[in-house]
Design a protein around this ligand. Structure first.
Ligand SMILES: [Zn+2]
Length: 304
């Protein structure tokens, strides 16, 4: 099986209509890939998978989905096999639990990937880029690695953080660098004069804006176009808050904070004060956010 065949096999069908998010099968695959890379086997017991999957879906998914859904349906994509073989276990967490079901990659895929960690990284990167926005990549992989740590990467606790280059090379999954459309970034920053549309931060050194990013309203990974009406210039903090659904923008361009957003600090000056504030709109009306994309964000991302 060559590299291309492996990558094509992971090019899974996900249930998606109108750019709806369907992150459940990709999440299971990422968990199995990280486990295989760090611990030498992709095998996951359904009973362990269930609670870990629910935690990840709460942050990286949108709708709560029964863990039995991806676990029992992925075999149809020729990417997953369950033992023991169960009849009528489709979507049934109860049956999977009672049978102590174990899932893993089919043997040919498992042996091909187990000896090629570069290929595992390639598959991981492809899944991340296809199903999740760039702001999720590093966090999502770190959270999965915390579930399936590499036992060989344990370093003596010396009381101070070690510089990244002292970490063993095998200990971390290499998260991809974003393949951005440079024109989209330039056009969005230009339309918003390199100013965060939420807080107005516009710090720069020379001509270079500091931490002002071009965010997609409808994610690029969910078919959102690289066009200014699907973009917002946001500072790094508000970009993440927007992508994680802590903030949205109404079709009348007002900022709305999620009722699920929590902060333990008494003086939350980053998000709360912006509730109901008007968005800082671009000068040209044709550059304003398109309500179609704002609707998508409210429906698919915002924690309403
Ligand atoms: Zn900001």
């Amino acid at each position: 099986m060559d590299t291309l065949e492996v990558l094509e096999r992971f090019d899974i069908r996900v249930w998606s209509r109108n750019g709806e998010r369907a992150p459940h099968k990709p999440l299971l695959l990422l968990m199995a890939l990280v486990k295989l890379k760090n611990q030498g086997s992709s095998q996951i017991a359904f009973s362990d998978f269930e609670s870990n999957f629910e935690k990840l879906v709460e942050v990286y998914g949108r709708r709560q989905t029964d863990a039995a859904y991806p676990f029992s349906r992925l075999p149809n994509d020729n990417l997953w096999q369950i033992t023991p073989t169960l009849k009528d276990a489709l979507d049934s967490g109860k049956k999977l639990r009672e049978a102590n079901a174990q899932g893993k990659f089919p043997a040919d895929l498992e042996s091909r990937l187990a000896t090629d960690h570069i290929l595992i990284d390639q598959v991981i990167n492809t899944l991340l880029a296809k199903h999740f926005p760039e702001t999720y990549w590093g966090d999502l992989i770190s959270d999965i690695e915390a579930l399936y740590p590499n036992p060989k990467s344990g370093l003596p606790d010396v009381g101070v953080p070690l510089p990244p280059d002292l970490e063993p090379p095998e200990s971390r999954v290499a998260v991809p660098r974003a393949v951005r459309d440079p024109r989209f970034r330039a056009e969005v920053l230009n339309a918003y004069r390199s100013t965060c549309a939420i807080c107005g931060f516009d710090g720069h050194i020379g001509f270079h804006p500091i931490s002002i990013e071009a965010a997609h309203i409808q994610w690029h990974a969910r078919l959102g176009p690289d066009q200014v009406p699907n973009g917002l210039a946001l500072c790094a903090v508000h970009h993440r808050a927007f992508d994680y659904g802590a903030i949205t923008v109404t079709t009348s361009f007002k900022i709305e904070i999620s009722p699920l957003y929590k902060s333990d600090s008494a003086t939350d000056s980053w998000l709360r004060p912006f509730q109901d504030h008007p968005l800082r709109l671009p000068h040209s009306p044709e550059h304003r956010p398109d309500p179609t994309y704002l609707d998508w964000h409210r429906r698919e991302v915002f924690r309403g």
